[in-house]
Design a protein around this ligand. Structure first.
Ligand code: MN
Length: 297
């Protein structure tokens, strides 16, 4: 683990009380890996940009009536990852997420590009096993909610099976199609759209609670992966692969309302490429998204 950069996320490490929150303490971990970025690289700079941008935000969320000052959470800083050795980078990410989970805490990973979700899910599956390996009820599975402009369901991209364009295809092999919900998607190949349609992975905002089964007596475990390009390039221009027609912050607030009844066991926020937005507004929006999600956990 490297030394801390200039700052940690707003109010992090201020009053850490292990076990002080019933569902575990959110733990931020920067994974500045962008080894497969194809269009506009630079996500390796995102964790530092998000931390820096957070300093301009209030710790209080009027949306949630909650304050970061009142909760316990940690920022571990950034991992040192080898960009040219994906297997090694993934192994480092997976083992650090595993450590966070072993301490009964919740990993909040700042990417980095979207491929890092794969080793995170691999670590989570040790703690929340998938239904694929057994006949267990669907309610015991790890379910994935993906916010993204892109389906990310290619089997390979330029011959690469494990990259930001194939990430959800690889994750479907880990958790099963029934456990993936894609929101905000608006881009993909014809084949990807056919796959998504055949497997009913594309959802609507007001489907979430029903899809998760939160209206039943069970409390399914849900992992949230936020590709920031789910937002419209008009408010989130600093991403690796911008796609017009996306969400605005009001859409994200609608999504947040749906999460109140859902048991989140981890999340990541990926694909910010901060230098493509010299205004800094993308990093500030990313930091606000992270603040809201930490408060909700
Ligand atoms: Mn995307």
């Amino acid at each position: 683990m490297s030394d801390f950069l200039q700052s940690c996320f707003l109010e992090a490490n201020r009053s850490v009380t292990p076990g002080g929150r019933p569902n575990g303490c959110p733990v931020l971990l920067g994974c500045p890996y962008d080894g497969t970025a194809s269009f506009r690289p630079g996500a390796r700079f995102a964790p530092a940009a998000i931390r820096h941008a957070s300093q301009g935000l209030e710790s209080y969320s009027p949306n949630l009536d909650l304050d970061l000052e009142d909760i316990s959470f940690q920022d571990l800083g950034d991992l040192e990852l080898p960009f040219a050795d994906q297997a090694k980078a993934f192994s480092i990410i997976s083992s650090h997420v595993d450590t966070i989970l072993n301490q009964n805490n919740i990993s909040v990973v700042l990417g980095g590009e979207h491929t890092i979700t794969i080793p995170i899910i691999q670590a989570l599956l040790k703690h929340f096993p998938s239904v694929i390996a057994s006949e267990a009820k669907q309610s015991s599975a790890l379910k994935i909610i993906q916010l993204d402009a892109h389906l990310d369901l290619r089997d390979d991209y330029l011959g690469d099976k494990t990259c930001h364009a194939t990430v959800m295809r690889r994750i479907s092999e880990l958790v099963g199609w029934d456990n993936i919900l894609q929101l905000g998607v608006r881009s993909g190949t014809r084949q990807e759209w056919q796959l998504a349609t055949n497997h009913h992975t594309i959802g609507k905002l007001d489907d979430i609670a029903h899809w998760v089964g939160a209206d039943l007596s069970c409390t399914p475990s849900v992992y949230l992966t936020v590709d920031l390009d789910v937002f419209d390039p008009g408010v989130m221009g600093g991403v690796g692969t911008p796609e017009p027609g996306g969400w605005f912050y009001s859409d994200f607030l609608q999504f947040m309302k749906q999460l109140h009844s859902i048991h989140l066991v981890g999340l990541d926020v990926v694909e910010l490429s901060p230098h493509y937005d010299p205004s800094g507004a993308s990093s500030i929006l990313a930091a606000k998204v992270v603040r809201e999600l930490i408060l909700l956990l």
